[in-house]
Design a protein around this ligand. Structure first.
Ligand SMILES: Cc1cc2nc3c(=O)[nH]c(=O)nc-3n(C[C@H](O)[C@H](O)[C@H](O)COP(=O)(O)OP(=O)(O)OC[C@H]3O[C@@H](n4cnc5c(N)ncnc54)[C@H](O)[C@@H]3O)c2cc1C
Length: 495
């Protein structure tokens, strides 16, 4: 399903079920933040949520928020950071940095941290030093990006900015923030209607431009129309729409060959309403979507981080990425390799099984020559790559990829083990990153750069800071969804 739903002409609407200042489509992190902020600014707010409860994909998230510039957790754990360093870092990792948005996000990051805590929780004032996907306990701070990875070490002073909610485990921590947003929305008088999906935008079309003036909704068999000064689309991404995935982010839809269960469906992160309808409705009113081909996709090799002392090679036996990269950066490089094939190779001294079984252990071999032959790597290539790596690693150096010294170690003691990082064999998972082009206040933009009056977008259906898997830092989506959701809500309330 890829079709653009028709925008309904307001002149064809015979009756309105409600009239409000701001309609918000979806109650995830971005819609909730938008609703609360619009209501706090005095607007009459109505949130329509297709599911039976608030939360969406946000409620599944582990709960990292990418924040910095000197938050209370950074200060309490002795990590100096400034908005300027954070800005330099985010600019460096973005393929097409949107300077205005990055500037706003970094300058507003400490205030946003405080706003989140004012909802009624505290990030723990503790730091987890290891390289992790999610901290093992309730530690409030860790490195969740490429801050300590070359070449970004040259561009900005590294600081940890992954702020995790005080809920242990990999999934569902952010549901706590959603519950607090629901509570705050209630206190501020914002109404939420569940099991009510928005099906179309309603526009006034006066030949000059389309202006969004409301939405059509569906509640089981009932339908209706709501008039609003502003509509904020916060309806999530499109990871669960197989047709859109096939067209824009095919790697996400790739099936996987397993040892025991044959070919299995891809593991896609999201909720069933991540069907891209929000993006498509935005387009129906004249908005333009960008970066739809960008995705976060990952099969993390660590923890344990000792595995990163090994080398990652493609099917030609060549290294292609600094192995200590944040996991989605490594994965993004894997996707660019011939046949999307890659192997992680370690020797006996550095061999441990991954804590999460995402990359597949293939086998161990007594010699590198045997391994090379078994993996189908052209003769001599792997031997040469490993010899060169080991030669410099013996001096703690990595002149080719500038891996940080902590992760540089010769791999000289057989047997050697190989793990499969190839797409279609390792267990990749991910979500989409593209969305509607918006201003710094969430106003949806047209192809010509003008705004679509009355229409806003925030969160995974908008394109703000996170642009691709190479530059992604865990916590950016919850961070930007809440931050720019707030801005959209405040701006929409002022219309
Ligand atoms: C397992 C997992 C872990 C993650 N961990 C993190 C993390 O730790 N940090 C981080 O930054 N990011 C994380 N992410 C990504 C992040 O969770 C999402 O990108 C983010 O939550 C999206 O927020 P949102 O508000 O845009 O969308 P959602 O939270 O999905 O909210 C959208 C809402 O809109 C509703 N909706 C959809 N269509 C309609 C419609 N037509 N009418 C009415 N309602 C509609 C949906 O039901 C949903 O409730 C994770 C994702 C997953 C799946």
């Amino acid at each position: 399903m890829k079709e653009i739903p028709e925008a309904v002409d307001a002149a064809d609407v015979t009756s309105w079920s409600d009239e409000v200042d701001v309609v918000v489509i979806g109650f995830g992190i971005s819609g909730g933040s938008a609703a609360v902020s619009a209501a706090a600014a005095g607007a009459r707010v109505l949130v329509l949520e297709k599911a039976a409860a608030a939360g969406g994909t946000s409620a599944m998230a582990g709960g990292h928020f990418y924040l910095g510039g000197g938050t209370a957790v950074q200060q309490a754990t002795g990590h100096d950071d400034t908005a300027e360093e954070m800005y330099s870092y985010l600019v460096a990792v973005s393929p097409e940095p949107d300077h205005e948005k990055i500037r706003a996000y970094c300058d507003g990051s400490v205030e946003h941290f405080n706003w989140l805590e004012d909802l009624g929780f505290q990030f723990e004032r503790t730091f987890y030093p290891g390289k992790v996907v999610v901290p093992p306990g309730t530690e409030g701070l860790s490195y969740t990006g490429n801050e300590k990875v070359f070449p970004f070490t040259e561009k900005a002073k590294p600081a940890p900015r992954g702020h995790s909610v005080p809920v242990p485990g990999e999934l569902g921590g952010a549901a706590m923030v959603i519950d607090l947003l629901v509570k705050r929305a209630n206190e501020l008088g914002a109404e939420v209607r569940y099991e009510t999906g928005v099906t179309n935008l309603i526009v006034e079309d006066d030949s000059q431009e389309k202006r969004v003036v409301g939405v059509r909704w569906k509640h089981f068999t009932e339908t209706g129309a709501i008039k609003a000064n502003a509509v904020i689309i916060a309806a999530g991404g499109f990871a669960m729409n197989p047709d859109m995935v096939a067209e824009h982010t095919p790697a996400l839809g790739q099936k996987r060959r397993t040892k025991h269960h044959g070919v299995v469906e891809p593991y896609i992160l999201g909720n069933p309403n991540d069907d891209g309808l929000g993006i498509r409705m935005g387009v129906s009113a004249g908005g333009v979507a960008k970066s739809l081909d960008q995705l976060f996709i990952t099969a993390a090799a660590y923890p344990p981080e000792i595995l990163l002392t090994g080398i990652i090679v493609n099917k030609d036996g060549k290294r292609f990425v600094t192995e200590d990269s944040y996991h989605s950066r490594t994965s993004a490089f894997v996707l660019e390799q011939p046949d999307q094939v890659a192997y992680l190779i370690v020797d006996e001294d550095h061999m441990q099984m991954p804590e999460m079984p995402l990359i597949k252990f293939i086998d161990g071999w007594e010699t590198v020559e045997e391994m090379e032959a078994a993996l189908g790597i052209p003769e001599g290539n792997l031997v040469e790559t490993l010899d060169r790596y080991n030669k410099y690693a013996a001096q703690g150096e990595d002149p080719d990829f500038h891996k940080q010294p902590d992760y540089v170690a010769p791999q000289t003691k057989g047997p050697w083990a190989a793990f499969d990082l190839s797409l279609g064999r390792a267990m990749y998972s991910g979500f989409t990153m593209g969305g509607l082009a918006v201003t710094v206040d969430g106003q949806v933009l047209r192809e010509d750069g003008d705004v679509v009056p009355g229409l806003y977008a925030a969160g995974a259906c908008a394109s703000t800071i996170a642009q691709d898997g190479k530059g992604y830092s865990s916590g950016t989506q919850l961070g930007e969804g809440s931050f720019f959701g707030r801005r959209a809500g405040t701006h929409a309330a002022g219309r």
